[in-house]
Design a protein around this ligand. Structure first.
Ligand code: RTP
Ligand code: MG
Length: 139
């Protein structure tokens, strides 16, 4: 097991519903170290670029519009086995299927407004982190 990094966004629904602090607390309590952190908002154009891998999927347009609908919290996180551990912490994409105690189980309402993003591979974590953070914004 190696210490590595993942990238996350607390999505507009969770920010709007007042869960930003609770979610950051869950993340830090689960042993993730915050390497970079930013409160920001995606334009439709930048959300479209971030989710370009999903361009052909039927939900792409709604996803881009939702992700640019309000402020988000972006972060780079570090832990042993970070990608897998973080996806375990956030739970299934569809909150109705997310295990008890996971972030999506506690704070998400629907598959579209599902509270949080977690990278799915080391390679994508690197790409997604670079999308938001320069080298001097990482600690
Ligand atoms: P994320 O990237 O946000 O961490 O979520 P994920 O890996 O669990 O899911 P992914 O397949 O990467 O999909 C990205 C986001 O698109 C929305 N989605 N909607 N209506 C649908 O069938 C559907 N499928 C995916 C979700 O908001 C998902 O988080
Ligand atoms: Mg994904």
């Amino acid at each position: 097991m190696t210490t590595n990094r993942t990238f996350t966004m607390i999505k507009p629904d969770a920010v709007a519903n007042g869960h930003m602090g609770a979610i950051l607390n869950d993340i830090i309590s689960a042993g993730f170290k915050v390497i970079a952190l930013k409160y920001t908002k995606l334009s439709e154009e930048s959300a479209g670029k971030f989710y370009e891998v999903h361009k052909e999927r039927p939900f792409y347009k709604d996803l881009v519009s939702f992700m640019s609908s309000g402020p988000i919290v972006a972060a780079i996180l570090e832990k042993d086995n970070a990608i897998e551990e973080f996806r375990k912490l956030i739970g299934s994409t569809n909150p109705a299927e997310a295990a008890e105690g996971t972030i999506r189980n506690k704070y998400a309402k629907s598959i579209d407004a599902n509270a949080i993003h977690g990278s799915d591979s080391d390679e994508n974590a690197e790409i997604e982190g670079n999308f938001f953070f320069s080298a001097d914004e990482r600690f």
